[in-house]
Design a protein around this ligand. Structure first.
Ligand SMILES: [Zn+2]
Ligand SMILES: [Zn+2]
Length: 290
């Protein structure tokens, strides 16, 4: 499916607009250049925070996919380019492992000429995502270790809610942290400051690592062409559940097959799991281990 080795990739030497104000180009460019020859252009004066922030001053409208595609198109509009790129990170408890924090990063690529949208995503447990509430910095010792401060930035606000002038982002120094915690704790109805990890890419090396991973996946996907219409972006679009149980052969909720598809035409192919697993362990069987 990845033929065409003889001809240059259609994106070779092309520029893609990236809507970011958090220096994501420093991470995303290399994998995409190596994969398909794209270079990144970052338009000036794009305030991507208007589409929503982690800290809740602006609610995010739509699914992460919708927000990322909207951002990509915004960058294309601002730059006059017909290729666009944007990422959207979400953080929270892993849906499978309820108490373990997880990082979901989605990277959207839009090609206006071909009329396609290609989306890759990564779910990673490698994240420092955490928050705490405290009266003083001395109460935050464990939290600061978990948050990887000061190599990773922090955000501080009053624990009882947002107040004008009392939202401190991108804190990477102890003195600034002390000052912010004191001011926010004093202003808070419960006497506590809310402290959380700053998940913006330029403040968070762990997030940058995951961004790099998803850029590598997108690069791989753009080098894979639809066997039917030769459009780039062929890859996983759906899964089929029902992997048979090793003991009784009954259907489990584990994934049996991956559905790969085209971003342009309707062509689809169902293939066995890429990790080689052909039967489910009995512990995942609703009959053998109810
Ligand atoms: Zn069974
Ligand atoms: Zn196709």
């Amino acid at each position: 499916m990845s033929g065409r080795q003889d001809t240059p990739h259609p994106y070779q030497g092309r520029q893609v607009a990236l809507a970011t104000k958090h220096q994501k180009e420093l991470v995303l460019e290399q994998p995409l250049r190596e994969a398909v020859g794209l270079t990144i252009f970052v338009p000036d004066n794009l305030d991507t925070d208007l589409l929503g922030t982690f800290t809740g001053e602006v609610d995010r409208l739509g699914t992460p996919r919708e927000v990322a595609i909207k951002k990509a198109r915004w960058g294309m509009h601002a730059s006059g380019l017909t290729l666009g790129l944007a990422s959207e990170g979400s953080f929270g408890p892993d849906p499978q492992l309820v108490f373990v924090p997880a990082h979901h990063e989605l990277l959207a690529f839009v090609d206006e000429d071909m009329g396609i949208e290609v989306v890759e995503q990564v779910l990673s447990s490698q994240t420092n995502f955490a928050h705490d509430a405290a009266k003083t910095v001395d109460d935050l010792t464990d939290f600061l270790a978990r948050a990887k401060f000061p190599s990773h930035g922090l955000i501080v606000r009053p624990n009882s809610g947002l107040q004008p002038g009392l939202l401190f982002k991108g804190i990477t120094e102890v003195s600034a942290l002390k000052d912010a915690v004191t001011r926010c704790a004093t202003a808070s109805a419960d006497g506590l400051a809310h402290v959380e990890t700053d998940m913006r890419a330029h403040m968070n090396p762990t997030r940058r690592q995951v961004l790099r991973e998803v850029a590598v996946s997108l690069g791989r996907r753009l080098t894979t062409f639809c066997p039917e219409c030769q459009t780039p972006g062929w890859g996983l679009v759906d899964v089929v559940k029902g992997l048979p149980c090793e003991w009784c052969g009954g259907e489990t909720t584990l994934v049996r097959a991956e559905v790969h598809g085209c971003v342009q035409c309707e062509y689809r192919e169902s293939i066995p799991r890429s990790d080689g697993l052909r039967v489910a362990p009995p512990k995942d069987c609703p009959w053998c281990n109810p």
